[in-house]
Ligand binder design. Structure first.
Ligand code: PPS
Length: 309
């Protein structure tokens, strides 16, 4: 294991951004409130995109918050250094949080929060429980996620530099990287599917129909935005606008943390970049592992059709 990483309950985490104490706080002491909103992702899946979408929706399309407050203060990562202190400063409601944590080490109080069951199943909760914490889980084609991570490992001091795509796949496909395996992350979180407080969608959905996705998220959150407000959300979260917004693009961080000269955080923002990086052999190998890992998984994703049958 690289010196850059710590191991918490079998999953690696970057030493630079968290500690065993911080992780234990989140797992055991963090009190979830019923109106908390959690933006959950496997790294490089559209986390920061979703932070900007959610923070604009909460402000009815007004971009002031997005343009004046860094994303890590608008939607703090729960697993980062000093989160317990930061939590005390979270005065706004609903609270918006971000997390890359795998489901099995998410906070225990999360389980105790109200309305664990789908309202469709336990009908009386419709009357007795509103609001409830919500989870928005964004998933991206794992091949594109791997490529994005490969470049991130070069520009960010949090990760060990992955020297080649081969190097990257060797660790990525078996979860020997921070936050563990993509497969376990997705399978773990998708167990929440069917619960009324859980919504998942893909990075590819956002790319294909951003406006439609924003409307769906508003409906899920019970936020009624008019057409002009929706337009503002959509316009402000375009790749170009987020790339230029230093509250979203991480250029406020010292270069010792992220060096955008090596590779910008807002790199390409496209679907299918893996095709520019994987060899035929790497792709076949990836497909083989993907099929073995996902064979019993019933949900179909947009990229499943491109996996070699
Ligand atoms: S992190 O480090 O886990 O928080 O990274 P994350 O934000 O999950 O993922 C970064 C990738 O998302 C792309 N991105 C976007 N794509 C399209 N439109 C918008 N607005 C947008 N914002 C971020 C970003 O460019 C990274 O993908 P790659 O493929 O590396 O370009």
């Amino acid at each position: 294991m690289s010196d850059l990483y710590l191991n918490y309950k079998g999953t690696l985490f970057p030493n630079m951004s968290t500690s065993v104490e911080d992780l234990a706080f989140v797992e055991n002491e963090f009190q979830v409130l019923d109106d908390d909103i959690f933006n959950v992702t496997y790294p490089k899946s559209g986390t920061t995109w979703m932070i900007d979408i959610l923070s604009l929706i909460l402000k009815n399309g007004d971009p002031t918050w997005n343009k004046t407050v860094p994303n890590w203060d608008r939607a703090p990562w729960v697993e980062t250094l000093g989160f317990a202190q930061k939590l005390k400063l979270c005065k706004e409601h609903p609270r918006l949080f971000t997390s890359h944590l795998p489901r099995h080490i998410f906070m225990k109080t999360f389980e105790d929060s109200k309305a664990k069951e789908s309202r469709g199943v336990v009908l009386y909760t419709r009357l007795s429980y509103t609001p409830e914490y919500t989870v928005i889980y964004t998933i991206r084609d794992p091949k594109d996620t791997a490529v994005s991570l490969y470049y991130f490992s070069k520009m960010s001091a949090f990760y060990k530099d992955m020297e080649s795509i081969d190097d990257c796949l060797k660790d990525y496909l078996f979860g020997n990287i921070p936050y563990g395996s993509w497969f376990n992350h997705v399978k773990g979180w998708m167990k929440m599917m069917g619960k009324d407080n859980f919504m998942f969608h893909t990075y590819e959905d956002l790319q294909r129909d951003l406006r439609g996705s924003v409307i769906k998220i508003c409906t899920f959150l019970g936020k009624e935005l008019d057409d002009k407000e929706i337009d503002s959300v959509v316009g402000n979260v375009s790749f170009k606008n987020m790339k230029e917004n230093n509250m979203s693009n991480f250029t406020l961080l010292p270069t010792g943390y992220m060096d955008h000269e090596k590779s910008p955080f807002m790199r390409k923002g496209i679907v299918g970049d893996w095709k520019n990086h994987f060899t035929v052999t790497q792709n076949e190998y990836f497909d083989k592992i993907y099929k073995a890992e996902m064979q019993d998984f019933s949900v179909k994703f947009p990229w499943d059709t491109s996996i070699n049958q």
